[in-house]
Design a protein around this ligand. Structure first.
Ligand SMILES: Nc1ncnc2c1ncn2[C@@H]1O[C@H](COP(=O)(O)OP(=O)(O)OP(=O)(O)O)[C@@H](O)[C@H]1O
Ligand SMILES: [Mg+2]
Length: 346
């Protein structure tokens, strides 16, 4: 299977295997071939920021960057900034002002994943890029989230439409602050009413008002959320998305990759790539150790790697190998890995 370029290229995998470095190298490689590339990271660790030498002010903004002489754009996701862009694009200024939305859109606030989908959709819609390369946070969490997008869309199902059309009439007549407990008493079922009344006694009326207002505002912004959710179909499609499941030859990492894939079998389509990073085999084969102990080490490392590759080639449709770059400099890693991407694309 030839490695062709798709509108979306997603890098996922467990911690420290090289997702960010390989995604950056891939973005550099694609930009070097003349494509308009946006590299997005939703990794809150922000390693990309260091790798690209970006300043704090750049976080959350689409910024032009130059990597080893190649020009592209990069975005270090910041949920708050995405909310601001959404408010502007979909003309829902209340989204920015609500306290609950602000809490939910803090890093780890619970809305990060859905906001990253909305951001991805907004950037795709801009028509400014041929390819969007996405670097995801470590682990299966992001994939679990994608799997559960259907649950989010049920938030906007018919029941909500009925409730909010009722709410809309009330607020149109009496101003936004009208609802709150008054609204709860009229519309919501007994169980939920009890819960909210209890919450009010613990948190105060202001919280309940903010909470209901947050739901209302999110509902008003449903177009943006639903568009983000619909992106799922593109990411599932072989034609529109390349999935790179990254792992490295370190002990146990490959099992983690297999585990991650098993979390998202409905999501990561069949033509995905396993990216095996930090391979030593080519270096080892050029090494002629001078004593018996070193020879044993060489043979053992070689055998381990050959066996692992054999096992992975049985389990994954395509395995792309990337070498361990013998340098401590992240820039050297990028330079070498970009060349490897080029050779894989041939
Ligand atoms: N092929 C390679 N050879 C040598 N070092 C590498 C290679 N690939 C990545 N590295 C280095 O390994 C470290 C981890 O890489 P990176 O941050 O890209 O991993 P990650 O999977 O994004 O990590 P995290 O899960 O924390 O986001 C970095 O220091 C990086 O420079
Ligand atoms: Mg990373």
């Amino acid at each position: 299977m030839a490695l062709s370029t798709k509108s979306f290229e997603i890098f996922c995998g467990t911690g420290g295997v090289g997702k960010t470095t390989l995604a950056t190298a891939r973005a550099q490689n694609l930009a070097d071939s003349g494509l308009r590339v946006l590299l997005i990271t939703i990794d809150p660790a922000k390693r990309l920021k260091d790798l690209l030498g970006l300043r704090e002010e750049a976080v959350g903004e689409v910024v032009p960057v130059e990597i080893n002489g190649v020009k592209l754009h990069a975005l270090l996701m910041s949920p708050e900034k995405t909310i601001q862009r959404m408010s502007k694009k979909y003309n829902t200024p209340d989204l920015e002002g609500n306290r609950i939305v602000q809490i939910l859109s803090k890093p780890y606030g619970g809305m990060n994943e859905i906001l990253s989908m909305v951001e991805l959709q907004m950037q795709f819609d801009s028509g400014l890029y041929d390819v969007i390369v996405l670097d995801t946070p470590p682990g299966a969490h992001f994939l679990d989230f994608l799997e559960s997008l259907n649950k989010i869309s049920s938030f906007f199902d018919q029941n909500f439409i009925e409730i909010f059309s009722y709410l809309g009439q009330k607020t149109a007549r009496a101003g936004k602050k009208f609802f709150g407990l008054n609204f709860i008493n009229k519309v919501i079922s007994g169980g939920v009413k009890k819960l909210l009344t209890y919450l009010q006694s613990v948190t105060g009326a202001q919280f309940i008002d903010d909470f209901i207002e947050a739901i209302h505002i999110i509902y008003q912004s449903r177009e943006a959320f639903l568009k983000g959710i619909s992106l799922k179909e593109k990411l599932k499609s072989k034609k529109e998305c390349n999935w790179f499941l990254v792992t490295s030859i370190e002990q146990g990492k490959a099992e983690e990759a297999i585990e991650i894939r098993s979390h998202a079998t409905h999501f990561i389509h069949q033509d995905h790539y396993l990216v095996l990073n930090k391979c030593l085999e080519s270096k080892l084969s050029n090494w002629s150790p001078q004593n018996e102990d070193l020879t044993k080490i060489k043979n053992s490392l070689e055998l381990k790697e050959i066996n692992l590759k054999k096992q992975l080639k049985d389990l994954f449709p395509v395995v792309l190998e990337f070498p361990e770059v013998m340098s401590l400099s992240p820039n050297d890693h990028l330079l070498h890995l970009t060349k490897t991407w080029k050779s894989h694309a041939l």
